[in-house]
Write a protein that binds this ligand. Structure first.
Ligand code: MTE
Ligand code: MO
Length: 263
């Protein structure tokens, strides 16, 4: 498993290095090397799906990401990707400290949910000090506080056909002729039900800042940074990802990144 991961991370390092050098803050730009069809990308893809299958087989989905001590937190969480959404619905909620915000849970569920922040904060909380790894090559250790996604999904009563949780976010990534594209991500039910998968509203013992995804962002600790959807508006349970945008399960996945970004 390690060999495969090391190979893939080396590849990520080399293929993405050029992009990050040109555009610091690099998740905003795409390196031409990772466009589909390129040899490096094809190798990356096969290594990635292999590492997905090997990791699932070895860990049966329950292995834990490493947790750290408070003394390991050496800097603020670096903010990356969208750091200040300009979307009107988001700005309206932010102007009111998100008191009108509610998380929507729908799709293949028996019980659709709409949960405001007070309700979310009253559910059993989990705090975890973990390391965030971005594909650009930087990492940060931070303490995340939130509610386990499993708690929310149990309340929503998933149908047996539900295989993935799709996260729709408030922030617009690009505007085109066919409308604006907002950030979206997805994980499978194994990761969704994992004990370290939380919807975080706190960072380093304070309210989650806007730059890091306020009012609510996903932490899916065994995967790379782009899987951790910030500014979560709704969660939809689905049986397949093929009907979500271009069918690869996430904003960056639709632009060449691997869907399973296990670390
Ligand atoms: N909604 C949304 N979520 C997002 C992004 C984004 O641009 N929009 N960027 C992703 C990337 S590439 C990273 S590395 C992390 C950054 O999280 P941070 O700003 O808390 O460090 O958020 C991820 N989730
Ligand atoms: Mo990232």
């Amino acid at each position: 498993m390690n060999n495969i991961n090391i190979t893939r991370r080396r590849l990520l390092g080399t293929t993405l290095a050029t992009g990050s050098a040109i555009a610091l803050g690099g998740c905003n730009r795409l390196d031409p090397l990772i466009q589909s069809g390129h040899t490096a990308r094809t190798i990356l893809e096969s290594a990635s799906s292999l590492s997905f299958r090997v990791q699932r087989w070895l860990s049966s989905g329950t292995s834990l990401a490493r947790e750290y001590q408070r003394s390991d937190i050496r800097q603020q969480q670096h903010a990356n990707g969208t750091i200040s959404p300009r979307d009107v619905d988001y700005l309206n909620l932010a102007s009111n400290q998100f008191s009108d915000y509610s998380l929507k849970v729908n799709g293949l569920v028996g019980n659709e949910l709409s949960l405001d922040l007070d309700t979310l904060r009253k559910l059993p909380a989990r705090a975890q000090i973990t390391r965030h790894d971005c594909v650009e090559g930087w990492s940060c250790i931070g303490e995340w506080t939130g509610v386990q996604l499993s708690t929310i999904l149990e309340m929503a009563k998933p149908h047996p056909e539900a295989r993935f949780a799709v996260f729709d976010c408030f922030d617009t990534m690009e505007r085109g002729l066919s409308g604006s594209v907002k950030y979206y991500e997805s994980i499978d039910m194994v990761d969704a039900m994992h004990s370290q998968t939380i919807l975080a509203y706190g960072l380093n013992q304070k309210t989650l800042p806007v730059a890091n995804g306020a009012p609510l962002r996903l932490r899916v600790e065994r995967q790379l940074g782009y899987k951790h959807a910030k500014y979560v508006k709704s969660i939809t349970l689905v049986a397949t990802l093929k009907d979500i945008a271009r069918g690869n399960g996430g904003y960056w996945e639709d632009r060449g990144y691997a869907w399973y970004a296990g670390i």
